[in-house]
Design a binder for this molecule. Structure first.
Ligand code: DGJ
Length: 382
């Protein structure tokens, strides 16, 4: 039998076993974090919320993430976005699928088999709606569509109703565009094709190329600032440049105000937070599912100037972010200066087995640092 057939049979058996709850273990009560270990929910099943983000509402944390299935096909969205709730951050209750893929309409943008990654949910105080943003790739198109999708719900756990997807800000130059960015060079943009991707991005090639269609949007996160304005931060320009785009007052579209960050920097997996009026942005490099070194930058305003600070991780395996990739930074309630770095240890061969690496962020003179710990608890922040 060919390897492909064996893998397929294994994946089917694994999925059936999983669906029947065969891999459920005795539910545990946790009182600490164990980065990289299996993390069981209230039903004794490994939490299935990859590339996720967390929203705090009415005394509970809600964790939203990619629901993966076993085998390579688990890298595509077969189910949707999973939600869990917790009051202590250690023990998580399965709240079910918050946003389901469309299993009936092949023409839906979120039809089963599309790619839904890095979902993030925010609450809009004006509309009282929960708004979910995610990276969307259309079925059968690899990662070329590079879109962001948005869905809304009246209830935090869903069901979320899919609204639409975007290539952000067509026919809008970024606020911080230079004249060079918006001007086609002598001889035309094709003269830039001899340059490396980083150099092309720095020379505005992708920005100008996508100006009429809207900018590419892949790895992303959403950030709501203290004034209630929300922003989508995403890897754009073939992942060579990050963009930050202001969202409309209802958080479901764009105002047209946006900025480019680190042109040619080649980053993805943005995770952002604010402490004492300073913004911190942690990202990874771009090596697919394989881990690489994280980097961080700080700024007094979301729109910069951003000062690059290097790798916040220290110690063994710090050059591969402890074998993981950033997903989100979680501010812990009722603790001062308490922020958790949330990252994914991807398993592209069997994505459902992907692990979560949560570590405390420490503040040092000129920035932050993140150290490995086999086990830690929120007392760390006391
Ligand atoms: C790295 C990204 O950060 C992930 O979210 C995913 O898109 C993989 N690349 C796909 O290779």
């Amino acid at each position: 039998m060919s390897d492909t057939k064996v893998n397929f049979i294994f994946a089917v058996l694994f999925s059936v076993a999983l669906a029947c709850g065969l891999f459920a273990q005795e539910a545990k009560v946790y009182n600490s974090f164990h980065p990289g270990d299996l993390w069981l929910d209230n039903n004794g099943i490994h939490i299935n919320a990859h590339g996720g983000g967390i929203l705090f509402r009415d005394g509970s944390y809600y964790w939203f993430g990619e629901h993966k299935i076993s085998g390579r096909q688990g890298n595509k969205a077969q189910v949707g976005v999973h939600c869990y709730s917790s009051t202590d951050l250690y023990n998580w209750k399965d709240e079910g699928i918050a946003l389901s893929v469309d299993t009936t309409d092949e023409n839906s943008e979120i039809t089963k088999g599309c790619v839904i990654e890095r979902p993030k949910v925010v609450f809009n105080e004006k509309t009282k709606k929960y708004v979910m943003w995610f990276h969307l790739e259309l079925k059968g198109q690899g990662y070329s569509a590079a879109r962001c999708g948005v869905a809304v719900s009246d209830n935090v756990t869903g069901p979320y109703q899919y609204l639409r997807s975007y290539r952000p800000n067509p026919n809008k130059w970024p606020v911080n565009a230079t004249e060079k960015d918006t001007t086609i060079p002598e001889g035309g943009d094709t003269t830039l094709l001899k340059l490396s991707g980083n150099e092309r991005a720095a020379a505005g090639y992708y920005l100008r190329r996508d100006y009429p269609f809207g900018q590419m949007s892949r790895d992303m996160t959403v950030f709501v600032d203290d004034d209630g304005k929300a922003y989508l931060i995403y890897a754009s320009e073939e992942n060579y440049t990050m963009h930050i785009a202001e969202l409309s007052p209802d958080y479901t579209s764009f105002t047209g105000k946006w900025y480019r960050l680190f042109p040619g920097g080649h980053r993805e997996a943005p995770a952002i937070f604010k402490r004492n009026g300073i913004y911190y942005l942690i990202t990874s490099g771009c090596t697919g599912w394989a881990p690489n070194a994280a980097r961080f930058a700080v700024a007094p305003s979301l729109f910069g100037p951003w000062e690059e600070k290097g790798n916040p991780c220290i110690g063994k395996e710090s050059e591969i972010t402890f074998n993981s990739q950033s997903a989100f930074v979680l501010p812990v309630r009722n603790k001062k200066d308490a922020f958790i770095f949330m990252a994914d240890r991807w398993k592209p061969e069997n994505p459902i087995d992907g692990r979560y690496v949560w570590l405390p962020i420490e503040f040092i003179d000129d920035g932050i640092r993140i150290q490995w710990s086999d086990e830690w608890s929120l007392d760390f922040f006391d």
